[in-house]
Design a protein around this ligand. Structure first.
Ligand SMILES: *Cc1c(COP(=O)(O)O)cnc(C)c1O
Length: 451
């Protein structure tokens, strides 16, 4: 009989995260102080982030990092997530490929982000903090953080990009349900916000404005830490629970992936599913191919440059070694809000430089077409972000159809799209379009990268 879903029992859950930095042939270059250009250490970063996260951020030694028992207990509320064989999608595509997906939409918040929100809040609590703060765009990270803060008894304050707050009202409802104080950014509650509003009273807000406000709140409030939902190494570390489970579940299915695919914003869900399998490429001679699917409107992996650049639009953060389009790059307002980021995380950027993985860029309409086919075959409405991974998977499956190869493809379903239905409405009404970036635009914004 054909088995559709593979589930781990609680006793079979992985108990340590995988730190790929320990096994990388070339370690990521360090984050630099923007003024002195000196490498930053744990003490520099720990002003802002929980200290344990800073230790993990810079750890290039330990390949496995034990998951604290308190975090394991909270993971058990929704883990393991199912590994699913997409038989119906395979049939619709008439492909000989075997397609599997890891369903990270099955948790209280509907995306993978909670996998890192839980440990970040746990460490903040352990270190005696009472408050956490962050910024959020579309709201997936803010919602995950609000939930995790409530689980560990912390107060949370979330700065949400003002325009996104209006476009996705239900995400702020979710955050407030879990007790978060949600403020539209720019706001009058911080000096940074006041300055922006004084200059431009109708500023719609951006991740740049929201980061500045959240960091200011964290550095001016006693016992308050700032948290981040993507890009940084420790976030990808926490997300490896996805791939470590998938590794065991693929073994239950009696298969091993030839291709691993995930959508790409800052790299956390990609790293989460890919790194545990990449470990076997690095150590055991496996030859799995790794594909990160980015939007055509924000193509840092396929068309960006490897440079030291700021992590935020406003230029407040340390300088990070990354594939970037320039921190002043303003992506089109596509519906995959979680993929609208100008750069790639430090680990991923080094792995691309070393040829260990590669990116593909997906036009918005192709991503929605893929999402529709997935919904109509497998019965799950994917997040617009996740639809980029589905589109890349379909491309690979169609290649297999042409060559007759039965490759095993594994992709990560990073979230569901049930709070993004206005985006589906617009697609169905024919109101969406593609947003290819011109070479000239990229040349211009790369000029914002410091020398
Ligand atoms: C935030 C988000 C992403 C993109 O972030 P990564 O750090 O690249 O994983 C992708 N999918 C969903 C559903 C998200 O919420």
């Amino acid at each position: 009989m054909k088995q559709k879903r593979f589930i781990l029992q609680e006793t079979e859950l992985p108990t340590a995260w995988y730190n790929i930095q320990a096994d990388m042939p070339n370690k990521p270059m360090p984050p630099l102080h923007p003024g002195t250009k000196q490498p930053l250490g744990v003490d520099d970063l720990a002003h802002i982030f929980p200290r344990e996260c800073c230790v993990q951020e810079l750890d290039t030694e330990h390949d496995f990092v034990p998951i604290p028992e308190e975090v394991m207990d909270k993971y058990k509320a929704y883990r393991s997530t199912p590994l699913v064989r997409a038989y119906a999608l395979e049939e619709a595509l008439q492909t000989p490929a075997h397609i599997y997906f890891k369903n990270e939409s099955v948790n209280p918040l509907g995306s993978h982000k909670v996998n890192s929100a839980l440990p970040q809040c746990y460490y903040a609590k352990q270190e005696g903090m009472t408050n956490v703060t962050t910024e959020t765009g579309a709201g997936q990270w803010g919602a995950a953080l609000a939930y995790a803060a409530s689980v560990f008894g912390l107060e949370s304050a979330v700065y949400q990009v003002k325009i996104s707050m209006q476009q996705k009202p239900y995400r702020s409802s979710i955050m407030r349900t879990f007790g978060a104080a949600v403020t539209g950014s720019p706001s009058m509650s911080t000096r940074a916000g006041k300055d922006i509003i004084t200059r431009d009273p109708h500023h719609p807000g951006s991740l740049g404005t929201a980061i500045s406000e959240a960091v200011e709140l964290a550095t001016t409030t006693p016992n308050c830490k700032y948290t981040l939902g993507s890009v940084l190494n420790h976030v990808a570390l926490h997300q490896t629970i996805i791939g470590l489970e998938a590794e065991k579940q693929m073994a239950m299915a009696g298969e091993y992936p030839d291709v691993v695919i995930a959508c790409f914003g800052g790299g956390s869900n990609f790293g989460g599913i890919a790194f545990p399998f990449m470990r076997h490429n690095l150590k055991d001679g496996k030859k799995t191919e790794f594909i990160a699917a980015e939007p055509e409107s924000c193509p840092k992996l396929t068309r960006g440059e490897f440079r030291y650049d700021f992590g935020d639009e406003a230029g407040y953060t340390p300088l990070l070694p990354m594939f970037t389009l320039g921190h002043s790059f303003k992506p089109a307002n596509i519906h995959a809000g979680g993929l609208r980021y100008h750069g790639a995380g430090m680990i991923i950027s080094q792995l691309i430089k070393d040829g260990l993985m590669h990116g593909v860029d997906i036009p918005q309409l192709e991503s929605f077409e893929a999402g529709m086919l997935f919904a109509r075959t497998e019965g799950i409405i994917p997040a617009p972000e996740s639809s980029h991974a589905i589109a890349a998977t379909i491309r690979e499956a169609e290649k297999c159809k042409r060559t007759g190869e039965a490759r095993v493809i594994l992709f990560n379903l990073s979230g569901h799209g049930l709070i993004d239905m206005s985006a589906y409405d617009q697609y169905l009404n024919g109101d969406l379009m593609n947003h290819r970036v011109s070479d000239e635009d990229i040349r211009q914004t790369l000029k914002s990268v410091p020398e």
